[in-house]
Design a protein around this ligand. Structure first.
Ligand code: BMP
Length: 249
């Protein structure tokens, strides 16, 4: 089954658009692993996927560490996304992609800025051969994102347009599965949806703690909401996951 089918199926089964970001911090390694596993187990029935960042890979390692969280995610019948924000030249991107794939991840987040040739080409090739998904950063959720993603850009002879529009078109041309577009700017989500039609799934981080309104993000065209602290930092993460899921069905 492809990643696209896995997340669609999980989303329909759990009636959820919520991708849980497991960004838990704990100086004690075994407690970090235990807490990460617990949050996945406690909230899985209200999720459509789980996203893991590189800080967990740094703290736990990929083998006999993060791969056990990936297994737990799969046991909960959900796909696992590695938020690698891949952004290097081809051979090192390829090495990282291979490592994440062998740890069982179903999809990877990458930055399109590095370009195709000798950049993301190898990553797309690997993803295709393993039925994995690639999700590209198109507009980040932090306030400073505007500096670059809203900048006007053009090749010689073209009319300048915002960089995020160019990145959206690249994501479509490269046949990425999805685009990350911050929930803090619903008008940008609408524009990406308008440009991409139904060719890209839109993943929106930045809801609640970062100030984005989950309902507005969905109304603007987000397919999935990436949610971290508003779930795992509350006194009852299961209840929080359920409430956010129910509010954004
Ligand atoms: P939180 O819901 O706690 O704000 O976490 C958001 C998650 O989404 C984090 O894992 C972060 O790395 C990720 N993220 C983001 O916040 N903004 C982006 O533009 C891209 C992201 O991947």
């Amino acid at each position: 089954m492809s990643y696209a089918d896995k997340i669609k199926e999980a989303s329909a089964r759990n009636k959820s658009r919520i991708v849980l970001a497991v960004d838990i911090e704990d100086k004690d390694q075994s407690r970090l692993l235990e807490r990460s596993l617990r949050i996945v187990r406690d909230s899985h029935e209200y999720l459509c996927a789980v996203k893991i960042n590189r800080q967990l890979v740094l703290a736990l390692g990929l083998r006999n560490g993060v791969d056990s969280i990936v297994k737990c995610v799969h046991d909960c019948a959900l796909p696992a996304i590695i938020d690698a924000k891949l952004n290097d030249v081809g051979h090192t991107n390829e090495f990282m992609m291979q490592a994440y794939m062998s740890a069982g991840f179903d999809a990877v987040i990458a930055s399109p800025i590095v370009g195709w040739e000798g950049g993301l080409d190898a990553v797309f090739r690997l993803a295709d051969s393993g039925h994995k998904g690639i999700i590209l950063l198109v507009y980040m959720s932090n306030p400073g994102a505007e500096q670059f993603y809203s900048m006007m850009g053009a090749h010689a002879g073209e009319t300048p347009r915002p960089v995020f529009e160019i990145l959206t078109e690249l994501a479509m041309r490269w046949k990425a599965h999805g685009a990350v577009v911050g929930a803090t700017k619903p008008e940008i989500i609408s524009r990406v949806r308008q440009i991409s039609g139904d060719t890209l799934s839109i993943y929106s981080p930045g809801v609640l703690v970062q100030g984005g309104d989950p309902k507005k993000a969905v109304a603007a065209g987000a397919d999935y909401l990436i949610v971290g602290r508003a779930i795992y930092q509350t006194s009852d993460p299961t209840q929080s996951a359920m409430e956010i899921r129910n509010a954004t069905l």
